[in-house]
Design a protein around this ligand. Sequence first.
Ligand code: GDP
Length: 369
Amino acid sequence: ENEALHCIGCGAVIQTTTPDELGYTPQSALEKGLATGEVYCQRCFRLRHYNEIQDVSLTDDDFLRLLNELGQKDALIVNVVDIFDFNGSLIPGLHRFVGDNPVLLVGNKVDILPKSLKKPKMTQWMRERAHEAGLRPVDVLLTSAKKPNEMTTLLETIEKYREGRDVYVVGVTNVGKSTLINAIIKQTAGIKELITTSRFPGTTLDKIEIPLDDGHFLIDTPGIIHRHQMAHYLGKKDLKIIAPNKEIKPKVYQLNPGQTLFFGGLARFDFISGDRASFTAFMANDLEIHRTKLEKADAFYEKHVGGLLQPPRPDEVANFPELVRFEFSVKEKTDIVFAGLGWVTVQKPAVVSGWAPKGVDVLRRKALV
Ligand code: GDP
């Protein structure tokens, strides 16, 4: 039997089957590595050759250990969340783990918010939600990892609050943490060598340290997978469709009670009762929206999911979770949020329902716009 191969960078056991997990290296790269005697996992390879960080994710247990470790540090904690999936990107119990350390809450992907949404309103809303979750951030900042000039502001804010300490960047997967860290690396010119060290003695989970100019570090930590994210049910191509990369153009629908909107085959919104009113959908511009009669909606979905109603693609339909219904009685202007997908603003009192794949949350919040 062959002994397991280890990455000479981080020590992870080399595997060629699961790209998103530790130790992955493509078969062709493994063969080259074996020929030269230098086997790296893809992550360490990219770090070494391109100064670029790829995201890895942790199991719940490892993530708990990481969080526990945070509380024992004297550091600034930077918690990156996706403002498009705020609830889905909160880390349960983070406030209990950080100890006395200050938390800077960073809402990423601000570039996709519609212009009609005022930033102070968004940060105020984030602060309120954070408080509800028990987290009392020292500050709330909106940013976009895709806009290099935003990194300057982020770094200045980090500098302001870190007060000579290390900085730990934490977040669930998909919030854009890797993109953000890579943008920071590009911004902080002169970093020649990123340092990879083992976070937990006896394990191979590496943390990545970016040197700051006073001997301290900004430390990237692996993200935890959030199972309630829509992202877990979709292939890469579909993710491109639902993850907006441009400013969202809100779409307004005049609906009568008894009408339904389908968002591809991913979600559904029913206007059950109330006066004729307008409803505004904030979703990726490329996601197709179809209107039908509520009474025909079940049959319509059955017939067209994977066809007219995409994503999911035809070959994904068999494994796609059924849509689950959540009903809401709305009294004032309210957003019905489909976790990770977007939201529908209900302007007037109405009874509505939102449907999402089993496991994905549909919730209400005070309207943002
Ligand atoms: P991680 O799992 O938290 O490391 O997330 P990634 O960095 O892999 O990003 C997840 C997805 O969000 C990718 O498709 C990114 O291109 C996208 N993304 C990251 N940051 C931004 C941003 O600021 N704006 C937009 N529009 N997309 C972003």
